[in-house]
Design a binder for this molecule. Structure first.
Ligand SMILES: O=P(O)(O)OC[C@H]1O[C@H](OP(=O)(O)OP(=O)(O)O)[C@H](O)[C@@H]1O
Ligand SMILES: [Mg+2]
Length: 189
């Protein structure tokens, strides 16, 4: 949160509490532990939104893995995807012949995930899957598999636990729906 902000002026209602998110991490961590046993996956956090989910999820994965990060951006400072995706900061690791698991906070139109999966597959990865906290399926406009996810979410703009609006509010410890008037305030500027 930002000092001086009143949470009640920002969040319309809470969608997923800290306990809800913890339960998602436990369930997904168990599944990933089974599915990646013996594979030493490369876990790729999609910067910046995924960092909160990534740190909690990987601590529930009882499987040896390595971490890397990829910053691919399409939203810029706005809240609507521009559709033009670029690599802001590339992976450090070579993904050739690796089992890669992309961790995302949310899959919305699917453009970001498709871009990342295609990029990593194109570099010769053995497998590329995604584990997202939230799946905003109704907004999908490209065909891409979200292999694991914590929960579906409706067509609402959510913030907190890594999810931002104008790069703010990521540190709200739960996921809430952003008040439409907050969006309006910035859109009309
Ligand atoms: O499915 P899409 O419509 O592509 O949207 C989902 C992506 O958008 C957000 O990232 P953003 O590009 O805003 O950067 P951030 O992770 O730094 O917030 C979010 O974290 C996902 O990565
Ligand atoms: Mg992101």
């Amino acid at each position: 949160m930002v000092k001086g902000d009143n949470i009640n002026d920002i969040i319309d209602h809470k969608l997923f509490s800290e306990d809800d998110i913890h339960e998602m991490c436990v369930r997904l961590g168990k599944q990933l532990t089974e599915d990646y046993a013996g594979k030493k996956p490369l876990v790729v956090g999609a910067l910046k939104g995924a960092i909160y989910f990534l740190t909690d999820l990987t601590r529930q994965m009882d499987v040896a893995h390595q971490l890397d990060f990829l910053d691919v951006s399409s939203y810029g400072d706005g809240f609507e995807s521009t559709g033009k995706i670029k690599v802001v900061t590339d992976l450090a690791a070579d993904v050739k012949d690796r089992d890669v698991l992309i961790v995302e906070d949310i899959v919305d139109t699917g453009l970001t995930l498709k871009f990342m999966k295609d990029l990593i597959k194109g570099r010769g990865a053995k497998s590329v899957k995604c584990c997202a906290m939230l799946n905003k399926e109704a907004r999908r406009n490209v065909d891409v598999d979200v292999d694991y996810y914590g929960s579906k979410v409706g067509n609402e703009f959510v913030v907190g636990y890594g999810l931002d609006f104008l790069n703010m509010y990521r540190n709200i410890p739960y996921v809430g729906v952003l008040k439409p008037e907050v969006i309006q305030k910035y859109v009309n500027k």
